[in-house]
Design a protein around this ligand. Sequence first.
Ligand code: HSE
Length: 435
Amino acid sequence: MAFKIGLLGLGTVGTGTAQILQQPTGRHPMVQEIEIHKVGVRSLDKPRSVSLPSEVLTTDVEGIVTDPAVDIVVEVLGGLEPARSLILQAIAHGKHVVTANKAVISRYGDEIFTAANQAGVYVLLEAAVGGGIPVIQPLKESLGVNQISSITGIVNGTTNYILTKMQATGGAFTDILSEAQQLGYAEADPTADVDGLDAADKIAILASLAFGGRIKLQDIHCEGIRQVSAADIAYAEKLGFVIKLLAVAKRESTVDTSEEDLLQVRVHPTLVSTEHPLASISGVYNAILVEGEPIGQVMFFGPGAGAGPTASAVVSDIVNIAAVLKTGGKTEGLHPLLSCTHQHYCAIAPIGELVTRFYVRFLTKDHPGVIGSLGTCFGKQGVSLESIVQTGFQGDLAEIVVVTHDVREENFRQALEQMRTLDAVDSIPSILRVL
Ligand code: HSE
């Protein structure tokens, strides 16, 4: 028995998916049981790097999601619409769905999974986070018995490439971004990547799986990497850190209290100790560090994007669904490890309540007592300092770099507000959190 798929999109990931399905030798035998029934494309005439019978290609994408012959709809269009509507239509027609679309899932997961549960169909999304890295199924299955305490990820290859290049060359953000665009590592419109929005979509999905509740995207504190300067990367290096765009989801309360879980979910550039396992993840690679009890730490590493890796995740989801259908399917109810079983929204702590270390760079007049007055402002807010160094000058202004001990973010911000009023303080060009 063959399982028929309707593929929506024949771009990078769609092409990679078709290529795996057309070359089943050496893969799991179930790959042979998957048949490409229809492929929805925008243009029938465009030259393709994958060869498909002409009757398979169609511009009628609605015809695919409503076609009675299709078992599994594979959405690799990207973007919010028509992807969301097509996924919902497919579900309404009893199709299982495989998607690589983190933006749709992080925004409309509630609507999609509610509809899927009612219709008794699966929506799998391994490719939506970390490209080819298996992390969604491991969180659902292999790690499902752990009490997860945190997930810390480098989940955006574009920004990791830019930061790695800035570190290696001492170049400025804008120059390295243009270079990355020319090389095809960054999009012409880089907003979703460099402003952290892509990473926010991904950590929303990971947090939801790890902590068993839905996450409102607007509750996620999100900062991108535009403000990271070559000077900060150089200071960080001297202090034993690298700067990475981290996506973090952490449980604040302990699991064994009766209190409702309070989570931190945030995306921001972060100073990471060179000793930390995430510090060595370079270039376009992604890595996700999961911490839980009793597993301890486990890290997933690999290619976070690209045709082959992403298609590897897409086809594994297709095969997962086909395997379940083959051994019972819908008549037995949804497989509890593959379906979404939670409905409530997690409570997310405001960023002001975060307790973390900070790195801050000041430009000040070079007067006696300046460091003392900065220290006094910090002290009044209970901010304890780990290090304070005056290493150089920018023109007439002294550059002072401070790393704090753990501090409540709100207190730290209040201390900075007081410092901004000091005559000796010219500006505070950088404020970064330290892992
Ligand atoms: N734009 C993403 C990245 C890849 O740079 O990692 C797709 O999720």
